[in-house]
Design a protein. Sequence first.
Length: 160
Amino acid sequence: MKLLLKSVAILAASASIAFAAEAPWTDDLAAAKARAKEENKAIFTYFTGSDWCGWCIKMEKEVLTKKEFLDFAKDNLVLLELDYPRKPENIAKQSAELQAQNKALDEKFNIEGFPTAYLTDAEGEPLGDKEDFALRKYLDKGPAAYVEHLKTALAGESKP
């Protein structure tokens, strides 16, 4: 039984590491900007309420963790997650600096609901027409359609 439990724990840790390698999310804007500049990529700036927002959980489950999105992101995007949790234990996990950064970005982008996602340049400025890529009209079509819409937007052809 102990061997089985150890095996399961090792597999879970391996899967977690593999996921992290495929989707290198960061919560650090400065690190995202530096990586975007170095790799000549756009930043997928994702505003979420991870522990309370039903649509955020849906987006993560149905799009952001799917192979189609992760493969596209690996080659084209720097993934920046800005989380606004409500549970005290999750708020406590965020440093004061991270909370201040997220508050400033919330104000800069005038976030009115969650999830919200923007494509930004390496300076953190919105690309194109400052379109929210978390809109339900994109989410409901699945990860492949979501990726196609991101490709169009990155090509400068985005229309609201």
